[in-house]
Design a protein around this ligand. Sequence first.
Ligand code: DHE
Length: 523
Amino acid sequence: MTRNINSSDPAPHKSLKSALALTLTLLAGPIIADPAADYTEFCVECHGADRLGGVGPALIPQTLRRMRGPKVAHVISEGREATQMPGFADLLDPPAIEALTAYLKTPLDSVPPWNEAEITASREMNPDYTPAETPIWPSDPLNITLAVETGDHHVSVLDGDTFEVLARFPTPFAVHGGPKFDPKGRFVFIMSRDGWVQKYDLYALQEVGRIRAGLNARNIAMSGDGKWVAVANYLPNTLTILSTDDLSVAKVLDIKGKDGTDSRVSAVYQAPPRESFVLALKDVPEIWEVFYGDNPPQFGFAHDWRDEGPAHTDIPFPVRKITTPDYLDDFFFDQSYEYVMGASRSGDGGQVIDLVIGQKVADLDLPGMPHLGSGITWAWNGTTVMATPHLKDGVISVIDMQTWETVKQIKTQGPGFFMRSHENSKYVWADVFFGPNRDKMHIIDKETLEIVHTLQPVKDATVAHVEFTRDGAEALVSVWEDDGAVIVYDANTLEELRRLPMRKPSGKYNVFNKITFSEGTSH
Ligand code: DHE
């Protein structure tokens, strides 16, 4: 392992390592790169000892196949924008980075199979679980808010009226994406990047069980009827459908495009009015719909349909494959779920696909890597607008959902990750997740589309992600640090009301806002 010695290391341990490398180099001459050792030292914590993923994705040829040429080496060297991947150019010199790149592109001796049998074998139901038909606590069950604390992998269950922490329970390692509630708001399903899905009973404040639905997963979606949870996997290339009742496996769907190309699933979304799950695919220019209702619609587009083989239950989960003009990664739906807005994988622009006719109906002017998954909508000037932050540019795009034209680009103090509002609020809250102004939170007037206030809750601390209480009266903001907090604001006066200490809180999720599909939250 060789190190750069001229870097100005910000972290003391890095400087120490550089000095040690220099000493070793002087004593023993040039050191031959040892990618396996470098992997163990720098990558294992996030990507797993077996390279099958953890907080970070699996680093094997199957998941790196789109990163041709110098792309992998560049990410190792410089880090990856909009993710937690740091750059290692100050710790690894170019030959070491090249060797590590080659190491990551070397196939594993074997990727463990992860099909129905393995998934089923991983299922652990809590033997001590005692169901509660009504809440064992006195608060409003629809005003419960969950706060995911990624600092120590826990979830806090907050009473939305008093902000008392009713329970704090451990989750699987590295939760990603929003937990999903059943339609009644009693059970919640939580997913970790390494594919575990946990079921928790909010009435009983107990874990029901967990199962590893994939080796490297992206997110989960709940069916509109509450019977199924779909798990989008990068590894293997599958969609796992679980019964919400007992977490048993209902189906494992292999993801192969129309031409037989295997694909990772970027994300799965629920489309309740269509009784379908909608899949964004990473490696083929297609959108899939997987139907769970008894009577899947007949569109008359026979070429869109493919028989996916025998189902594992009597629910067939038929699949519709829609070819799209581009690879689309990140989706936002209109409230009717007929139209899906997708961002181009290149990060430049987007498209609107009409799911009824299975065709592109519009292009979107969305440069700078829009983060459509964080989009929200509201009524504006006789139409409905959708607003989305951009991960690369300090701008928020506001799009008219009738004409699909951009009506405004609101300039911000840096690229943002999340946005939130509420039907009862006149404001949109938008963070500035990246860059020197990550301690800022913009407050945007929904009518004038102007930033009317910028909060700075804790100087130099990352503040991000907002959730409202059920009635929209308070807004909860994460101070996204290990010794962080959730700050409760009066959503009208913007006055700070409470500060609840938490370990790196990320997303917060209010039961009512989620199960009613509030236009102010991502779905
Ligand atoms: Fe996320 C949601 C994809 C990096 C925290 N993120 C989502 C969703 C998708 C997505 C598709 C919607 C899923 C859902 O809720 O069902 N995220 C991606 C990426 O592709 C990206 C950029 C790269 C990656 O590594 O996967 C990415 N995300 C991150 C982070 O680095 C964040 C900040 C920290 C972390 O936990 O990894 C992060 N993502 C979140 C959160 C949500 C989320 C908190 C849920 C937001 C919500 O309000 O619903």
